[in-house]
Ligand binder design. Structure first.
Ligand SMILES: [Zn+2]
Length: 522
C-alpha cells in the first residue's frame, strides 16, 4: 500500500510537470503528501505545530518585537559548473531574505494601497554561519561536486551518501540546499513540526532561482523563491491553501481559489473576494519574483510564534553558528584575552582584553565584566567611541587571585545601555598559572608619553634588586633586566630600539609590584 501510494504520487507529479514543462514555483505541498504517504502522522504533526503556534499567538496578542538571528548554511550541490553558484550569488540571497522579512525591500511601494495596512515585517537577521557545528570558522557555504545530474523531492540532496551533503543541526542552522532541482520545481521546504526527521529539515532551491545576481531564470531572479520557502520553514501556508475555504491560518489574506502565476494586474478576483481580490503579491503565492513584495501581519505573527516556540525553532537563538560579517546593529564582543596568560609570578595583575565592535553602530559605552574562576566579578565601564568592526585593547583594573591554575573570564554587557543583539561572541577566556610569590602592594601609575629615555619612579617598594619587564600589547616580553633600587627612587630606562606603540613596564622588588603604561612615540 505504502509503495503504491508513493508511486501514484510520483506519477501524478511527473504527469503534472512533464505536461508543457510548466514551472511549479513550489513543491512543498507535494512534498508533504509524499512524506505523509510514507508516514501517516507527518501531516498531523504539521497541523499540531500550527495549533501550538496559534496558542502562542493567542497568548501574545500584541505585536512581539524581538530581534531574531538565523545562522544559515548554504549547501551548493553541483554537477555542471553553472550549478556551482558564486559566493556573491549566495550572499545576494541572504540580502534578499533580510530585506523581505524585515519589510525593507525596495518594492514595498508596489504593494496595492488596500493591502498596505496589513503588510508586515519581523525584526530578523539572516546571516551566513561563521562557525560550523564543530566550532571551526566557515564562510557558511559548503560545496559538493556530485555525479547526480538532477534531484527530485526525495531529499537525496540532503545526504552525502546519496550524492548530496548532510545537514548541519537544524536546531541551530537554517540549511539551504541549492542544486539542480528537476521537474520544473523551483524549491520546497520542510514545515516546522515536532518529530520530523531533523536531518532533512531545511529548504531546497533550484540553482537558477537562488539569489539575485548570477545566471537566473528571468521570472525568478529576485530571490523570492527562497523568501517563499523560508516562509514555509517558519510555518506559513500558501495564500491559496484550502482555496475559497481560506485555510492558510490567516484572516488578513483573502480567500483565493488557486495559485496565481505570472504577473497579473491588480485586482485579480476569485472566490467573490472583490474589490481587492487575491493577494497575489504575497511571497506565499506563485507569482513572478518581480510581482511579489509582502508578508502580512498575520504571517509575521505565525513566524514569530515558530521562532518563540521551544519545541519548534526557538533553539536557533542559541546557535553557536554566529554570523559572517556585520549582521547586527549592536554587537559588542571580547575578541581576545591578552593578559593574563601563561605563568604569572604575582597574585595581582591588570587584565588586558581586546574589545571589538562586531556591529554596525558605534559603541560609546559598554560594561566589561571579568572574574577569575568563580571569584567575585569585577566590572569596568568603557566610555569612548569604537567604530564598526574596530577593536581596541582595554586594560582593566587590577584583580587579585591565589596561587595555582586559574581561568580568567571576561564578557561584555549593556552596550550603549541597550541589548546586545548577538550574545555568542560576548565572552572570552584564558587559562593561566600563578607561581608562589606574594605581593602585598600594587601601584598603578598613569601612563606617560615618551620619545626617548623614560624614568620609572619607584614610590614605595623597599630597597633591593628590582626585576622589571617591558611587555608589548600582545603580552610578549620585549625587554627585561634587574636594577638596584633604593627606596622611593627612580630608574631611567633608555631603549632606543623600542618601536612606537604601547607597552607596560612591570617591576617587582621582594613582595611588591609596580606597573606603568608607556606610550612610545618616535
Ligand atoms: Zn510553497
Amino acid at each position: 500500500m505504502r509503495k503504491a501510494g508513493l508511486l501514484l504520487i510520483i506519477q501524478l507529479w511527473a504527469a503534472t510537470f512533464i505536461r508543457g514543462q510548466q514551472i511549479v514555483p513550489c513543491g512543498t505541498d507535494l512534498y508533504i503528501q509524499m512524506q505523509t504517504s510514507k508516514d501517516p502522522f507527518y501531516l498531523k504533526r504539521i497541523q499540531a505545530a500550527q495549533d501550538e503556534i496559534n496558542n502562542w499567538r493567542n497568548a501574545h496578542p500584541e505585536e512581539v518585537r524581538s530581534t531574531y538571528v538565523v545562522p544559515v548554511v548554504v549547501h551548493v550541490i553541483w554537477n555542471k559548473t553553472i550549478q556551482n553558484i558564486s559566493d556573491q550569488q549566495v550572499q545576494s540571497q541572504i540580502d534578499v531574505l533580510n530585506e523581505d522579512f524585515n519589510r525593507l525591500n525596495a518594492d514595498t511601494s508596489k504593494t496595492p494601497a488596500p493591502f498596505k495596512p496589513v503588510a508586515g515585517g519581523i525584526s530578523i537577521k539572516f546571516c551566513l554561519a561563521a562557525y560550523d557545528p564543530s566550532g571551526n570558522p566557515t564562510n557558511g557555504i559548503t560545496r559538493t561536486q556530485t555525479d547526480v545530474t538532477s534531484f527530485y523531492l526525495g531529499d537525496s540532496m540532503k545526504h552525502t551518501s546519496q550524492g548530496g551533503e548532510d545537514a548541519w543541526p537544524s536546531s541551530e542552522y537554517l540549511n539551504i540546499w541549492v542544486c539542480n532541482l528537476a521537474g520544473g520545481v523551483l524549491g520546497y521546504a520542510v514545515m516546522p513540526s515536532v518529530g520530523n526527521p531533523p536531518d532533512e529539515d531545511g529548504l531546497v532551491v533550484r540553482y537558477n532561482a537562488f539569489g539575485r545576481v548570477g545566471v537566473l531564470d528571468p521570472s525568478y531572479n529576485k530571490g523570492r523563491t527562497t523568501s517563499h520557502e523560508t516562509g514555509h520553514w517558519f510555518g506559513l501556508y500558501h495564500t491559496f491553501e484550502g482555496g475559497c475555504l481560506s485555510q492558510d491560518n490567516c484572516d488578513d489574506t483573502p480567500p483565493e481559489a488557486e495559485a496565481v502565476y505570472g504577473c497579473p494586474q491588480f485586482p485579480h478576483i476569485s472566490c467573490s473576494n472583490g474589490p481587492n481580490g487575491d493577494m497575489f503579491m504575497d511571497y506565499m503565492d506563485y507569482t513572478n519574483d518581480v510581482c511579489m513584495n509582502m508578508f502580512t501581519k498575520c504571517q509575521c505573527s505565525i513566524m514569530e510564534g515558530v521562532l518563540n516556540d521551544p519545541a519548534l525553532r526557538k533553539s536557533l537563538q542559541n546557535s553557536p553558528g554566529g554570523c559572517v560579517g556585520v549582521a547586527f546593529n549592536l554587537d559588542a564582543s571580547i575578541s581576545t584575552v591578552v593578559f593574563p596568560f601563561d605563568t604569572l609570578d604575582q597574585q595581582a595583575f591588570e587584565p588586558h582584553v581586546q574589545l571589538t565592535n562586531d556591529g554596525s553602530e558605534d559603541i560609546t559605552y559598554v560594561k566589561i565584566n571579568y572574574q577569575v574562576d568563580g571569584q567575585p566579578i569585577s566590572t569596568y565601564e568603557y566610555n569612548g567611541d569604537l567604530g564598526s568592526l574596530q577593536s581596541i585593547p582595554v586594560i582593566l583594573p587590577v584583580y587579585f587571585t591565589g596561587e595555582g591554575g586559574h581561568v580568567f573570564y571576561a564578557w561584555t554587557s549593556d552596550p550603549n545601555h541597550g541589548t546586545d543583539q548577538f550574545i555568542h561572541n560576548d565572552s572570552a577566556q584564558n587559562t593561566f598559572f600563578v607561581k608562589s610569590t606574594v605581593p602585598k602592594n600594587t601601584n598603578s601609575i598613569d601612563s606617560v608619553l615618551t620619545n626617548g629615555p623614560f624614568t620609572f619612579h619607584i614610590q614605595n617598594p623597599g630597597a633591593g634588586i628590582m626585576h622589571y619587564q617591558i611587555v608589548n600589547v600582545l603580552g610578549q616580553i620585549v625587554f627585561e633586566a634587574d636594577a638596584d633600587i633604593i627606596q622611593n627612587s627612580s630608574l631611567t630606562v633608555d631603549l632606543p630600539d623600542l618601536a612606537p606603540g604601547m607597552y607596560f613596564i612591570y617591576g617587582k622588588i621582594g613582595y611588591d609590584f609596580v606597573k606603568r603604561k608607556i606610550m612610545v612615540a618616535r
